[in-house]
Design a protein around this ligand. Structure first.
Ligand code: 2AM
Ligand code: CA
Ligand code: CA
Ligand code: CA
Length: 266
């Protein structure tokens, strides 16, 4: 697997941030935590990891724009490129001592995602992709699962958060999907959910209410592993609509049909 210099910059930034997160994960009870909104926490670990990533990426490419969860967007002087970064995806897991969280870094060029890194420091799993170059888990090339029938499938999802999203609508989606698939899973890190689809661990995934930094890298991972990704309108404006449905060609289509099934009138 040959990585471009640019992808290597992203990998180094993710590994360095991952080291910082691992240290903080070991002493999670001593971390300073603040509340952004109901059920929405951020810690010193998030801020430290974002600073590491920001500094590494901008040292290598000072003219690129930078969109990270924990700071105001920085418009680059280079109009074409933008980093999209979630320094810690799965903060709630992290703060509860659950080793299911990730660093997510994407590179966008002229509005298209062309590079992706998702790293889970707790399992040392490094997911990478470049547009046209395939997706990898460490050194292994990834391929989405090949199951074609929903009743054989394990499907990942996100659950709306306290005070956010349409809880009633989600329950309808869940009920419909539950009636069709072998099993449903919820990790709590959308970037990892998407990496799991790329790795063929999940057959599909859907979530509404995501931010660009939750999905940007994962979208490229899924596509480069041969998967299909759409928004809830059937288009590809996932970042603009905050919604995503993915899987292999067959499961993506079947899952979209089930998730969007109308709410029963009685
Ligand atoms: P985070 O840990 O970076 O905030 C899981 O469904 C996704 O939702 C994760 O990517 C998580 O990202 C995000 N998330 C978790 N709690 C949230 C909240 N209270 N409001 C908005 N997004 C949240
Ligand atoms: Ca957050
Ligand atoms: Ca996130
Ligand atoms: Ca985050």
């Amino acid at each position: 697997m040959a990585r471009s210099a640019l992808l290597n910059v992203m990998v180094q930034a993710a590994l360095k941030a991952g080291k910082s997160l691992s240290r903080d994960f070991g002493e999670v009870q001593n971390l300073q935590v603040s509340v952004k909104g109901p059920g929405d926490f951020v810690s010193q670990a998030d801020f430290k990891a974002q600073k590491i990533i920001h500094d590494e990426l901008l040292k290598a490419r000072p003219t690129y724009g930078f969109l990270g969860e924990e700071s105001e967007e920085i418009k680059g002087t280079d109009g074409a490129h933008r980093w999209i970064v979630d320094p810690l995806d799965g903060t709630t897991n992290f703060l509860h001592g659950i080793p299911m969280f990730s660093v997510s870094i994407a590179l966008e060029r002229n509005g298209e995602i062309v590079g992706a890194v998702v790293f889970n420091p707790a399992t040392d799993e490094l997911y990478t992709a470049e547009r046209g170059g395939g997706a990898f888990l460490n050194d292994r090339r990834l391929r989405v699962a090949s199951r074609r029938v929903l009743s054989d499938c394990v499907i990942g999802c996100g659950v709306p958060h306290l005070g956010r999203g349409n809880h009633g609508k989600f329950l309808v989606e869940l009920r419909h999907v539950m009636g069709e698939v072998a099993g449903i899973r919820r990790i709590g890190s959308a970037a990892l959910d998407l990496a799991y689809v790329a790795a063929g661990r999940f057959d599909g995934f859907w979530e509404v209410g995501l931010s660009p930094w939750d999905m940007a890298a994962g979208i490229l991972l899924v596509r480069e592993a041969g998967g299909f990704v759409s928004d809830f309108n059937g288009g590809t404006d996932m970042l603009g609509t905050s919604s995503i449905i993915c899987g292999n060609e067959h499961i993506q289509k079947a899952l979209a049909e089930v998730v969007k099934r109308p709410i029963p009138t009685k």
